[in-house]
Design a protein around this ligand. Structure first.
Ligand SMILES: Cc1cc2nc3c(=O)[nH]c(=O)nc-3n(C[C@H](O)[C@H](O)[C@H](O)COP(=O)(O)OP(=O)(O)OC[C@H]3O[C@@H](n4cnc5c(N)ncnc54)[C@H](O)[C@@H]3O)c2cc1C
Length: 405
């Protein structure tokens, strides 16, 4: 087909701008997608099952690839104010607490990759995204709408919710997390698989840490035997966030809201160095949670007709590279750019999946492999050459706001 006359191109763009885009799930991925689409002039509606957007979760890592995306939707200044930017990061020996690998952060990620490396409380990121989406359109987020079904034809998608509401959309993006109902409908119901890993997640106000106790450095991971840990500061250095992993069967609840006893956690990590016990023991009982880590295999295709998937719904990943949130954020900005560049819904979804699936699948599989590096009992011989982390894999060197779509 020859080149389109200018006025026809403008007509297509206007039609695309009027497309009714429905996002299912107001998590980190869904809200970033909403904001990135709004920034390009699209009107979006985000349907979330929860009755309110509550303060749930603990720390998340935003490597430069994710920071680029968030800066592109205008959140750079808020991030710089709210998120923590570690000066250094270390890998520690679980039994001795000694530093095995020392990495420079601070100004370096910006120099090398063009954007900062941050750590942030999930609730803070979630709030800043929701506020920005609502500032653009106060009605964009529809709470208390649990998606239950959809049917589509060549022109539209009919969507139903548990509260009896039914809507029609031009395109639907399933951003509904690891247990995605949209994914089940598109690709068949397959339950997420328990991976044999339990994670404890805690937040410790720094004033509860023992007097004179030093976090050396504040941002670190620790390698152990069938166990590993990561800890870092969030909320302007006022809270220490940690996540502690154990290979363990017998309990399989996939939830972010299940409380755990601090004593259970201390018993699980009894053979770890006292420098770890110092902060684990200081966890307030109401801020200690555990969840059973689940996984799904990569999908060979995300999109069917006018419906596609984003974030954990498309590619849930084990937390061992700390790239789960970052990958959903990357998807979100690429999706919005694909809609901006395309002249039809079909083209937009093809551009989106074409730009994203290979990288997301790579990170999904690499996240599985990282478990053995961290928990395979290599602490005694762990050196910088062993440390094949997300930066080593080249994952920081990606800008969702400029990558080809
Ligand atoms: C409550 C919560 C707390 C978390 N805390 C942490 C944490 O502390 N640290 C960490 O590293 N990661 C955490 N995560 C996971 C992390 O946010 C995600 O892995 C990552 O950000 C990918 O985001 P996502 O938007 O794809 O999925 P999610 O963040 O899982 O968001 C999915 C959203 O879809 C909604 N949803 C699900 N089913 C339906 C439905 N049928 N209809 C409508 N809405 C639906 C969910 O309520 C949720 O808001 C948490 C996730 C959740 C949901």
């Amino acid at each position: 087909m020859g080149a389109l006359p200018e006025e026809l191109k403008l007509g297509f763009r206007k039609l695309m701008r009027d497309v009714k885009i429905v996002l299912i799930g107001a998590g980190i991925g869904g809200l970033t997608a909403a904001l990135a689409l709004q920034a390009r002039g699209f009107k979006v509606a985000v349907y979330e099952q929860a009755p309110q957007l509550a303060e749930v979760g603990a720390g998340l890592t935003l490597s430069p690839n994710a920071t680029h995306a968030l800066e592109s939707v205008g959140l750079g200044p808020t991030l710089a104010r709210v998120a923590s930017r570690p000066e250094r990061q270390a890998v520690l020996h679980y039994r001795t607490g000694q530093v095995l690998v020392d990495l420079e952060r601070g100004d370096l990620p910006k120099k090398k990759y063009g954007a900062d490396y941050y750590q942030i409380h999930r609730a803070d990121l979630h709030t800043m995204l929701a506020d920005a989406v609502r500032a653009n359109d106060p009605d964009a987020i529809k709470l208390h709408h649990a998606f239950v079904g959809l049917s589509q034809n060549a022109n539209a998608v009919d969507v139903t919710f548990a509260n009896g509401v039914a809507i029609t959309a031009d395109v639907v993006i399933g951003c509904d997390g690891i247990k995605s109902a949209v994914r089940d409908i598109l690709w068949g119901k397959v339950a997420p698989r328990f991976t044999g890993n339990i994670a404890w997640r805690g937040l410790v106000p720094v004033e509860r840490l023992p007097k004179g106790f030093k976090l050396n450095p504040p941002s670190a991971a620790a390698v152990g035997v069938k166990h590993s840990m990561a800890r870092y500061l969030v909320r302007n250095g006022t809270m220490l966030n940690y996540v502690a992993f154990a290979e363990k069967t017998g309990w399989e609840v996939e939830s972010w809201a299940v409380r755990s006893e601090v004593s259970e956690l201390l018993a699980e990590f009894a053979d770890w160095h006292e420098s770890f016990h110092a902060f684990l023991a200081a966890t307030p009982p109401e801020l200690c949670f555990k969840w059973a880590i689940h996984d799904r295999d990569p999908l060979p295709q995300w999109t069917k007709g006018r419906v596609t998937l984003l974030g954990d719904a498309a590619h849930p990943m084990l937390p061992f590279l700390g790239m789960g949130a970052a990958s959903g954020i990357e998807d979100a900005v690429v999706l919005a750019r694909a809609f901006q560049a395309a002249q039809s819904i079909d083209e937009a979804l093809k551009r989106y999946e074409g730009a994203r699936r290979e990288r997301a699948t790579f990170i999904q599989l690499a996240s599985r492999e990282a478990q053995a590096r961290l928990q395979g009992g290599k602490a005694d011989t762990y050196t910088k050459t062993e440390h094949k982390n997300e930066e080593f894999l080249g994952l920081f060197n990606y800008n969702p706001a400029t990558v080809a779509v």
